[in-house]
Every structure is written in C-alpha cells, then in structure tokens.
Design a protein around this ligand. Structure first.
Ligand SMILES: Cc1cc2nc3c(=O)[nH]c(=O)nc-3n(C[C@H](O)[C@H](O)[C@H](O)COP(=O)(O)OP(=O)(O)OC[C@H]3O[C@@H](n4cnc5c(N)ncnc54)[C@H](O)[C@@H]3O)c2cc1C
Length: 482
C-alpha cells in the first residue's frame, strides 16, 4: 500500500463545469467503485484535490465478473465526461427488453428503445461488464490527477477533524470525507449508528462466453442483438443481456439465501434450483459455473446526508442501496456525483457555513429523485417475482399482453400514440439531467437560500489553514506531514 505517494499534478480544470471553485478543498473518498470514482472525478474537475481509498485490490476489480446495465441518464453523464467513444465501443447497445413468462418463455411484452426515444433522450441504453466500466472510470481519474490507493481498508472515521483510519492504524486527513463505501458503509455507520437489515432478495451475477452459447441454436439467438431478457418466475427472476461482443451476462434475483453483503462471494451455480423456469433459461444458467452473490440490505433513510459539521457526506449505495443488480444503482451514484461536483465547483470560501449550504443543496436536489427511484425499483422486483396463482400475477400478465398489442414489436410500425406513452414513462427516470438539476438549483439559489432550513449549522467557522500547495490548490495535510 502506498498511501503517502505524492499527488499527481495534472491540470485541474478541463471544462466540465462553468467554473472551478475559488478555493480548493481536499477530499478523502472511501471506496473506488462506481460512486467513488465518479465523485472523485467530478470534485477534481470542480477544482479540488481528491484521494480515493479502496479496500479491495486493483486486481479484484479487473477480474470482477458480472454485467451492469447503463440507462440513458447514466450514459449521458459518461458522454459528458468525454467517454462516448470508449463506452459505445466497449458496451453493447440495448434495442429492447423482452418480458417473458418465466415458466413457459412466452414474450408477454417488450419495451422498445426506439431510435426516436433515444434521440430525444440524447443518450443510449447499454450494458457493460462491470470491470470494463470501472477501468474506464479509473483511467479518467488518473488522467485528471486523482490519487487512488487500493488495498486500503478504512476501519474507522473521525468526523471531527476529519480523518479516516486505515487497517494499518495510519490516519489520512482531509477537509471532507466522502463515504462511497457501499451498503456496509463505515462512514454511514459513524454518521447514524444504525444497523443494516437483510432485505428479502439475494442477487447473483455471472458471465458466459458467447462462444459457449453458439452451440445451442436457441441460446445463439439471444446473442444476435443486444436485447435484454427478463424471465419472471415464481419467487425468482432471471435477467440476461450481452455486455461485450464476446460476453453474455446473467443476473439471478432469488429469495434471501445465506446472507453475504459484499460483491466478492463466489457460489456454485449448481446450488440453484431453476427447474421452474422454461428450458432455455435453465440451459442458460447451466452454462455458468459460479456466480457472485450479494445480499440485498435495507436501511432506514437518513434524515441528513451529511454530518452536522459538514465534514462528511455520503454518495451512492452507502446512501440509497437498491436491490443488487437493478437498473438504477450505478446511475443514481453517478447522478449524486455530478450534482456534488457541480455544487462544489461554486465554492467561494473555506467557510463551514458555505459548505453546509452546498451539502444541504445536494440533499435537497437529490432526495426526492433517489426515494422515487428506490421505491419504483423495489416495485419492479416484486412485480417480477410474483407467485403462480397470485391474482396480481394474472393481472400483471394481462396488462403486459395488452401493452404488447398496442406497441407492435416491429419498429417501423410503432404507433405515434405508443411512442408518446413510452416517452412519458421514459422521461421521468431516464430523462433526468443531473447537471441541469444542480444548475437550476443554483439559479434559484438567492431566493431558495432564504427558505432553506440548513438542518444543523454550527457557528461560522473557517476550515483550518491548508498545508502545502498541489496543482495550484491548497491541501490539508495527510499523515505524512501532519
Ligand atoms: C466488486 C464489485 C462488483 C460489482 N458488480 C456489479 C455487477 O456485476 N452488476 C451490478 O449491477 N452492480 C455491481 N456492483 C454494484 C454497483 O457498483 C453498485 O450497486 C452501484 O454502482 C453503486 O456503487 P457504489 O460505488 O455506491 O457502491 P459499491 O459498488 O458497493 O462500492 C463500494 C466500494 O467501497 C469499498 N469499500 C467498502 N468498505 C470499505 C472500507 N471500509 N474501506 C475502503 N473501501 C471500502 C468496496 O470495496 C467497494 O469498492 C458491484 C460492486 C462491486 C464493489
């Protein structure tokens, strides 16, 4: 571990935001997954220095199996960050989602990602290998001068100074600690002390070489385009999609199994009973050997997303954990990151009160959206795992079939009425513009500030004078100079 390496000194500001902060803070980010790398990049672009600490090894990320679905609200951010070419080259575009009756494979309905909708959203829907997404974000951070240390597990956090304590006992100081350390967040536990509870589902993710599917004519069909398939079985569901030209991903949502809370526990797929699913789904699962298992957890919503003194705040799954493998988990983390970056690009002073106003704005901008998406994702899962014989399952299937009648599967004959209805449904969740949300808060800020109840503002207080200057920015000491 090399936690005291000098920071890279690449230029800070490359035009993501309208301006860079007048003063530079030093952020210590805990966790280098999607949330951590996204917030680190955005804060760096906003003019701050950032040190990311991750407990796993770099190799663990490179070899992580599993696929991640990237909705338009997330690709839009990746495109903003200059990653359109690499993302579109690496991932696989999704033309539609098929909803299948799990036991017999009948297509009940499909959602089309029609070109007209994509044009309106100005973004694509794709799927990627999780490891490919992380690599792209990691490279982006390194290029922009963020320091990322692996094998650096945080065991405790002091919210007063603030600093984090590594397993080795080493203390790393910053102006602000950002908890992007997922559902078992050490930073969150320190902030609210609440325990997490096991949720009703366990998620499992694995990939299969496309070559192995080619030998089975029915499975080969699944690899012809990027169509996602969702088998809605009793109590369980299976979701599958292409993540690379040569790699196919499968996710299983199962009733709670032996709880394991990370993304690092491999389990043998022979343990899974798929006999209630139609034969193609069974054969698909049988092509895999092991899956990564992760338990869904429930957290009570946090009343305040930041510590009362403004020296720590949360982003991503540490704040709002969705069921493992849902559509919006990574997207919400990225949106959080974009809003945080945009707000902190406007920082004018090191005044504690000003920081609290920005953190309060972050929560105000994001809270409703995150609650809405979290609730709707839970509903989607419940909807996909209804028992055979449950009258709601019958209603669901009838509703899906009716929508199939309206929206012809052939793109050229999609009716305008269907497109309009789809647009209404899409624009809420997929049309969200994180930077616009922050900008409009800023435009309204003068009047809002009066109305805003900053939940807990201590006396006006300046942050301690920074030690050292890096990349033209002030940096509060890390342990090496403290
Ligand atoms: C290895 C891995 C593989 C994943 N694979 C998939 C997938 O295939 N499909 C999918 O849809 N989603 C996957 N996810 C989850 C997905 O990344 C998240 O749901 C979403 O992107 C939100 O990300 P997050 O950064 O907020 O949280 P997370 O992705 O959970 O990241 C939290 C990070 O913090 C680190 N961390 C936790 N505690 C500490 C500590 N004490 N000190 C230092 N670091 C700490 C963790 O190692 C992790 O890297 C995976 C996550 C991980 C970590």
């Amino acid at each position: 571990m090399s936690v005291n390496m000098p920071f890279p000194s690449a230029p800070v500001y490359s035009g993501l935001f309208h301006r860079a902060a007048d003063v530079s803070l030093h952020f210590v980010v805990v966790g280098a997954s999607v949330g951590g790398l996204s917030v680190a990049y955005n804060l760096r672009q906003a003019g701050h220095t950032v040190h990311v600490l991750e407990k796993s090894s770099k190799l663990a990320f490179e070899s992580a199996t599993g696929g991640i679905r990237v909705p338009p609200n997330m690709t839009k951010l990746l495109f903003h960050w200059g990653l359109e070419d690499i993302i579109m080259r690496t991932g696989v575009k999704c033309p539609r989602i098929d909803f299948l009756e799990g036991t017999n494979g009948e297509i009940l309905s499909s959602v089309l990602y029609h070109d007209a909708l994509t044009r309106e959203l100005q973004a694509e829907t794709i799927a990627m290998k999780y490891s490919d997404l992380i690599q792209v974000l990691y490279d982006l951070n390194i290029e922009s001068g963020v320091r990322v240390d692996y094998d650096a597990e945080i065991v405790d956090v002091n919210l007063e100074k603030p600093y984090v304590i590594l397993e080795s006992g080493e203390q790393i100081f910053g102006d602000i600690v950002v908890g992007t350390d997922g559902p078992r967040s050490v930073v969150r536990r320190k902030m609210d002390g609440a325990e997490i509870r096991e949720g009703p589902y366990t998620g499992h993710t694995f990939t299969i070489p496309v070559a192995n599917m080619q030998r089975d004519p029915e499975l080969r069909e699944f690899t012809r385009d990027g169509t996602w398939k969702l088998w809605m079985g009793p109590k369980k569901c299976i979701l599958s999609f292409m993540v690379r030209k040569d790699t196919y991903a499968v996710q299983l949502i199962w009733p709670r199994r032996n709880p394991s809370l990370g993304w690092d526990k491999p389990v043998s797929l022979s343990e899974f009973d798929v006999s209630e699913f139609e034969p193609r789904a069974q054969r698909l699962v049988r092509l895999g050997a092991e899956a990564i298992e992760t338990q869904h957890v429930l957290q009570d919503p946090l009343e305040q997303w930041f510590s009362p003194n403004g020296k720590a705040f949360l982003v991503g799954d540490a704040l709002h954990f969705l069921n493992p493998g849902t559509f919006h988990g990574a997207a919400l983390a990225m949106e959080d990151a974009a809003v945080v970056g945009s707000l902190f690009s406007r920082l004018r002073t090191r005044n504690r009160q000003e920081i609290l106003v920005l953190l309060n704005a972050y929560q105000e901008i994001r809270e409703e959206r995150c609650n809405l998406i979290t609730d709707s994702e839970y509903e989607r899962i419940h909807f996909s795992v209804l028992e055979v014989g449950d009258p709601i399952r019958a209603q669901r299937d009838a509703g899906l079939k009716a929508s199939r009648e309206i929206g012809a599967l052939d793109w050229d004959s999609v009716s305008e009425e269907y497109l309009k209805a789809q647009w209404e449904e899409f624009k809420g969740s997929f049309g969200y513009e994180a930077y616009d949300a922050a900008d409009s808060w800023w435009v309204d800020w003068g009047s809002l500030r009066e109305k805003m109840s900053v939940r807990s503002i201590p006396e006006d207080e300046e942050l301690p004078q920074a030690v050292g200057t890096l990349a033209g920015a002030n940096v509060v000491a890390t342990t090496s100079v403290y």
